[in-house]
Design a protein around this ligand. Structure first.
Ligand SMILES: [Mg+2]
Length: 228
C-alpha cells in the first residue's frame, strides 16, 4: 500500500521561465556579462546534460563525487568564457537556481498536492539541489503540503544514488514498496528510485520519452493519483 509520494523539484513541480535555454541566456548576461544566442546555448546545454547524466548513471551504486558539481563551470568553458571559470560558474549556479523568480509553478501541481493530502498520503521532496531549495516552496506557497524537502547538498549524496531515497524512507519509517517517486529525469529519478524498489514514475510533460515503452510515464502530474 502506498503511504508516501516523493517528488523531484525542478522540471517536476516548477521549471525555468520561459525554459532552461532562455533562463540561462538571461542569467549568463546578468552574471557573466555576455550575450549568448539561444541556439548556441542549446548546443552547449545538450552536450553537458548528456555527459553529466552518464556520469550520474555510473554512480548509481557507488559513493561517487557529486556529478552535477562542475556543470555551470563547464557551460561557461564551452561558451569560451575568458574570465575565472570557478568564480563565474558559482555565480551563475547561484543566480540561476537560487532565485525562484526565474521559475514558474506548473499548473497541475496544486490540484495534485491537494488530492494526495486528502487521501492521507505523505508528500515529500527529494532533489539534487542546494539547501535553499526550500525558498522555492515558500515562494510558490506549496511548502505547507510537504513533510520535508530533502536536498543532495544536505544529504551529501545525489540521485540516482539509492542512498538518498533510503534516507527519505528512513525519515518516515517506510519500506521502498510503500512509496512512489515522481521525477522528470530517467536516470536520476526513475532508475534511481526503481533501483531501491520504490514505484518510479517519469513525468514527461513534453512527451520526450514517447519512444520509451519500458518505463511508467505520465504527462500530467494529476495522473499520480491513479497509482494510489
Ligand atoms: Mg528534475
Amino acid at each position: 500500500m502506498i503511504k508516501a509520494v516523493f517528488f523531484d523539484a525542478i522540471d517536476t513541480l516548477f521549471g525555468p521561465y520561459p525554459d532552461k535555454i532562455g533562463m540561462y541566456c538571461r542569467v549568463i548576461k546578468k552574471t557573466a556579462g555576455f550575450d549568448v544566442s539561444p541556439d548556441k546555448m542549446k548546443q552547449v546545454w545538450d552536450k553537458i546534460v548528456i555527459n553529466t547524466e552518464e556520469k550520474a548513471a555510473r554512480m548509481m551504486s557507488e559513493n561517487g563525487d557529486l556529478a552535477w558539481d562542475g556543470f555551470n563551470q563547464k557551460i561557461l568553458e564551452l561558451l569560451d568564457y575568458q574570465g575565472d571559470l570557478k568564480t563565474a560558474g558559482k555565480k551563475l549556479l547561484y543566480e540561476a537556481w537560487s532565485n525562484p523568480e526565474n521559475f514558474v509553478l506548473y499548473d497541475d501541481v496544486i490540484d495534485t498536492l491537494v488530492d494526495l493530502e486528502n487521501k492521507g498520503i505523505i508528500i515529500a521532496c527529494v532533489s539534487n539541489e542546494k539547501s535553499q531549495l526550500n525558498n522555492f516552496f515558500v515562494h510558490f506557497a506549496i511548502d505547507k503540503y510537504f513533510k520535508f524537502i530533502m536536498t543532495s547538498e544536505e544529504e551529501g549524496v545525489e540521485k540516482p544514488n539509492p542512498k538518498i531515497f533510503k534516507h527519505a524512507l528512513n525519515r518516515l519509517n517506510l519500506e521502498p514498496k510503500e512509496a512512489i517517486h515522481v521525477g522528470d529525469s530517467l536516470i536520476s529519478d526513475y532508475y534511481g528510485a526503481e533501483h531501491l524498489g520504490l514505484k518510479a514514475i517519469l513525468i514527461d510533460r513534453d512527451d520526450k520519452f514517447r519512444d520509451n515503452k519500458k518505463v511508467e510515464k505520465i504527462q500530467n502530474l494529476t495522473e499520480v493519483l491513479k497509482y494510489i
